[in-house]
Design a protein around this ligand. Structure first.
Ligand code: FMN
Length: 180
């Protein structure tokens, strides 16, 4: 699968088979995140791989904010938590000059690298940002300097049809692009 196909096949997978994901594939996904570019090459991301049922249950029951039903996430055999390690250069010095919070950009790039790699491996993923970061931190036992930002669920999609068709619409390019 080339990048173009992975971009077009990726969708937010909210239904998973119970089949575990081999560690070797999880490592490939993590490696794709590790190789992402980042401002000043600070690599602010940290990854926690959560596979045991009790920890995933705690994530689903204790770490999600109210308002969106996300019980489906428990069926995903792997939860990858994306965390942000703080650095004075990218969190304070650079944003004070440019007004841009680079580590957030970096985390998004690393996460989507992982998502596209997972797609190529035939795995389904879904970003989950509707979380309670402090509670997630206790589940994955990260120190205070690492802020959980989002999760990515990972597993074999239960709904084969979903793999073929994107369910959410996109704005047309003309609405979001200006050629200067
Ligand atoms: C940063 C981020 C946070 C998201 N948080 C959630 C979430 O908490 N729960 C959820 O079900 N989907 C979440 N999504 C998935 C989006 O709803 C989804 O990407 C969007 O509706 C487009 O659908 P598609 O991914 O199938 O193309 C999130 C996506 C991103 C990029």
């Amino acid at each position: 699968m080339d990048v173009d196909e992975a971009i077009h096949k990726r969708f937010s997978c909210r239904s998973y088979r119970s089949e575990p994901v081999p560690d070797e594939l999880v490592r490939k996904v993590l490696e794709a995140g590790r190789l992402a570019p980042s401002a000043c090459n600070k690599q602010p991301w940290r990854f926690a791989v959560v596979t045991d049922h009790e920890s995933r249950r705690r994530i689903v029951e204790e770490c999600f904010l109210p308002g969106i039903r996300m019980e489906w996430a428990l069926a995903a055999p792997v939860h990858i938590v994306l965390g942000m390690a703080k650095s004075i250069v990218t969190h304070m010095a650079a944003p004070a000059v440019s007004g841009v919070d680079y580590p957030w950009v970096d985390l998004g790039i690393a996460g989507e690298h992982m998502v596209l790699q997972a797609t190529e491996l035939g795995l389904g993923t879904c970003w989950i940002g509707w979380i309670k970061p402090r509670v997630v931190r206790t589940v994955v036992d990260w120190p205070g300097g690492v802020k959980p930002v989002a999760l990515i669920t990972l597993g074999y999609p239960a709904d084969e049809e979903g793999r073929e068709k994107r369910q959410s619409k996109r704005k047309p390019l003309s609405d979001i692009t200006k050629w200067v």
